[in-house]
Design a protein around this ligand. Structure first.
Ligand SMILES: C[S@@+](CC[C@H](N)C(=O)[O-])C[C@H]1O[C@@H](n2cnc3c(N)ncnc32)[C@H](O)[C@@H]1O
Length: 206
């Protein structure tokens, strides 16, 4: 995987986001899940699942936007990207920082404060049933299985037929192994990441 040049704007955001992330983790450790955003390398690995730059994409649990920015860098069009996040501080951060990594004529991705378990009620109507991929960095392993299932089922309600979920986790085992109606495939791993990171791909068994 080649390492793209890091812009001055991106460097500035990275400095700010680490601090905010740690503060929000202190307040809500199980919701935020980790002390820091995912590493840029893990974000790039997950973002490689973008195969159609004209497609519609959703990220649930967008946090400070580490993966969101990798998706934009991978070629996702900002007007075709919706970012869903529970924490209002992270939503404000996304709205404040994303313009600096976009071209002046580009609009901001949709930044939506809300619970991913209610995804069909949150997204603009033209996304429903048309989304290519739902990306997730929600710490599913800390969430009760009934809530995990609700989040995944909500994601499938907005995906187009054949669409999939990409989930980033620090767990080598799938947090959805209890769901037999899913094809579960480990798309990639970074053993040298700190901690090691894993990218899972889920599709519905039809
Ligand atoms: C590990 S952080 C990932 C942050 C970011 N995506 C990244 O690339 O580093 C998990 C994020 O999921 C959010 N989250 C947890 N449960 C959620 C839910 N039910 N709906 C939306 N966001 C949620 C947390 O607030 C947190 O920002």
């Amino acid at each position: 995987m080649s390492v793209p040049a890091v812009s001055r704007a991106e460097k500035k955001i990275r400095r700010q986001e680490s601090l905010l992330f740690f503060r929000r983790w202190l307040k809500r450790p199980f919701q935020v899940g980790t002390l820091a955003p995912i590493t840029p390398k893990l974000a790039r690995l997950a973002a490689q699942a973008v195969s159609n730059p004209d497609g519609l994409y959703v990220e649930i649990g967008a946090g400070t936007g580490r993966l969101s920015r990798a998706l934009l860098q991978q070629g996702v069009k900002p007007e075709k990207l919706a970012l869903v996040e529970l924490d209002p501080f992270f939503c404000s951060f996304l709205n404040q920082t994303l313009p600096s990594v976009l071209e002046p004529d580009q609009s901001l991705p949709f930044v939506i404060e809300g619970d991913a378990a209610k995804l069909p009620d949150l997204l603009p109507t033209h996304f429903i049933g048309k989304v290519d991929v739902v990306f997730s960095v929600i710490p599913l392993m800390y969430i009760p299985t009934s809530v995990r299932q609700a989040i995944i089922e909500a994601a499938f309600q907005v995906l187009k037929p054949g669409g999939g979920i990409i989930h980033v986790t620090y767990n080598a085992r799938s947090p959805l192994s209890f769901m037999p109606n899913l094809h579960q495939h480990r798309l990639g791993q970074l053993w040298l990441n700190l901690p090691p990171g894993f990218v899972w791909h889920y599709q519905q068994v039809l």
